[in-house]
Design a protein around this ligand. Structure first.
Ligand code: PNS
Length: 170
C-alpha cells in the first residue's frame, strides 16, 4: 500500500518554509500531493495557475512530489486522491489553535483521514506568505525567503502595481 499525503494550502506565494516542509514530507510518504485551494474570496496576489506553475518549478527535482489544485472540501479531495494523511506545518504556538480546529473538523468529516503536523526548520519559523507579500510590496528583499522564480514574480508584480499594503491573511 502506497502512503499518500496531501499538503494543502493557499501558497500565495510558495515560500522556502513551505518547501522545507514538503521536503520533510516527501521523505515520509511515497507520494506527496501539494494541493492549492481554489478560493476566489481570498483575492490572492497570484492566480491559481501562477501558483501551480511556481510550485511545480520549485518541486521539479523531487520525483514523489506533485502539485494540484482543488475546490470544495479538503477531505473529499483527499479521498479522491486516495490519501490517508493531511500534512500541515506548525511554525509556532500561534498556528496551533487554527490548525487544531481544522484538524478536528476534518476528523469529524472523515475519521479515517489523519492530520499530521511537521515543524519547519527554525530558520523559516517566522516566514509566512503574507509577510513575504508585504515586504516585497514595500520594496524589501525576500530573496532568501522564497525560490528565485517567486522573488522575480513578486518584483514584477509590484513593479507593475506600485508599492501597496497587503491586508489579506496567510
Ligand atoms: O494556507 P492556508 O490558507 O492556511 O490553507 C487553508 C486550507 C486550504 C488548508 C483550508 O482552508 C482548507 O482546507 N480549505 C478547504 C475547505 C475545507 O475543507 N474546509 C473545512 C476544513 S476545516
Amino acid at each position: 500500500m502506497k502512503r499518500i499525503a496531501v499538503y494543502p494550502g493557499t501558497f500565495d506565494p510558495v515560500t522556502n518554509g513551505h518547501l522545507d516542509l514538503a521536503e520533510r514530507g516527501r521523505r515520509h510518504f511515497d507520494r506527496l500531493i501539494i494541493a492549492i485551494l481554489r478560493n476566489e474570496d481570498k483575492q490572492p496576489l497570484f492566480t491559481v495557475d501562477e501558483r501551480v506553475e511556481m510550485l511545480r518549478e520549485a518541486v521539479a527535482p523531487w520525483g514523489n512530489v506533485e502539485v494540484d489544485s482543488f475546490d470544495g472540501l479538503l477531505v473529499d479531495y483527499a479521498k479522491r486522491m486516495k490519501a490517508g494523511v493531511i500534512l500541515r506545518g506548525i511554525r509556532a504556538v500561534t498556528d496551533f489553535e487554527y490548525e487544531m480546529q481544522m484538524a478536528m473538523m476534518n476528523r469529524r468529516l472523515a475519521p479515517d483521514l489523519e492530520t499530521v503536523f511537521f515543524l519547519p526548520s527554525e530558520e523559516y519559523s517566522f516566514v509566512s506568505s503574507r509577510l513575504v507579500r508585504e515586504v516585497a510590496s514595500l520594496g524589501g528583499s525576500v530573496d532568501e525567503l522564497v525560490p528565485p522564480t517567486v522573488a522575480r514574480a513578486l518584483a514584477a508584480r509590484f513593479r507593475l502595481t506600485g508599492p501597496e499594503r497587503d491586508t489579506t491573511r496567510s
